[in-house]
Design a protein around this ligand. Structure first.
Ligand code: NAP
Length: 247
């Protein structure tokens, strides 16, 4: 894959997990990386990891569901770096419970972060990317947005929405040289999956032909491909990275 030298990436939810792995991987490939999360102090290790690769980093505290904060973040990035080449909408939350018990708040909270947050950052980067006549937006959806899941009506709907948002963004921006794609991860090793009992892990693994959970780095490599010039004719797609769990 070509180098990202001279390119500027923005990654949300970059304090830990998949977002942190994406930020490190993009830096490894030569990009300067702006790392965003709810609190600046949570981002110290992500900034250090990017800088350790010899790249510039900037930590921005931003709630992705807050339009003013998102616009201020992108303004700051443009002032400091002068361009944005790669936008990775990764921040996401779950508030799981069965439909009949799901509160309005459970629904609204998940929609606000997962779907509205992706919309707000996509809208904010669209103008600078269109002016540049280049850019790649990569949205992190989920296998659950493709197949649904009991106890995750809010999460599934938000991630299906992310996929539809991605396709609409791709159609609107294609003529200006800006691509938008999504990734649907399967089960990825994280704090969430580490906490599962051995029984539940075994049940999940039985449904994964490759018989292992994914690692955050598996998602980071897929992001790098979709953000790269190697994917210059790929837009509006949702790439599943799930060990064969859903085909
Ligand atoms: P994670 O470890 O919980 O990391 C998500 C990061 O986003 C956290 O640092 C979180 O902060 C931050 N965040 C939450 N709300 C935010 C907001 N309003 N504004 C800015 N940042 C916010 O999750 P992950 O497992 O790495 O997942 C990353 C993405 O992949 C999510 O979109 C998730 O839905 C998706 N995904 C994950 C899996 C999986 O198996 N792990 C599978 C499919 C899809 P806090 O520390 O405050 O929560």
């Amino acid at each position: 894959m070509g180098s990202f030298e001279g390119k500027v990436a923005v990654v949300t939810g970059a304090a830990r997990g998949i977002g942190r792995a994406i930020a490190e991987d993009l830096a490894d490939r030569g990009a300067d990386v702006v790392v965003c999360d709810l609190r600046k102090e949570w981002l110290d290790e992500s900034v250090a990891a990017v800088e350790a690769k010899g790249r510039k980093s900037l930590a921005v505290a931003v709630d992705v569901g807050d339009g003013d904060a998102v616009n201020a973040c992108i303004k700051e990035v443009m002032e400091k770096f002068g361009r944005i080449d790669i936008m990775v909408n990764n921040a996401g939350i779950t508030k799981d419970t069965l439909l009949i018990r799901m509160s309005d708040q459970d629904w609204d909270d998940v929609m606000r972060v997962n779907l509205k947050g992706t919309f707000l950052f996509s809208r904010a980067v669209a103008r600078p990317m269109m002016k540049q006549r280049s850019g790649a937006i990569v949205n992190i959806a989920s296998i659950i947005g493709l197949i649904g899941n009991a106890g995750q009506a809010n999460y599934a709907a938000s991630k299906a929405g992310v996929i539809a948002l991605t396709k609409s963004t791709a159609k609107e921006l294609a003529s200006r040289g800006v691509r938008a794609n999504a990734i649907a991860p399967g089960f990825i090793s994280s704090k969430m999956t580490d906490a599962l009992s051995q029984d539940v892990r075994d049940q999940m693994l039985a449904n994964i032909p490759m018989a292992r959970f994914g690692e955050p780095e598996d998602i980071a490599k897929a992001v790098a491909f979709l953000a790269s010039d190697e994917a210059s004719y790929v837009t509006g797609q949702c790439l599943s990275v799930n060990g064969g769990m859903v085909m």
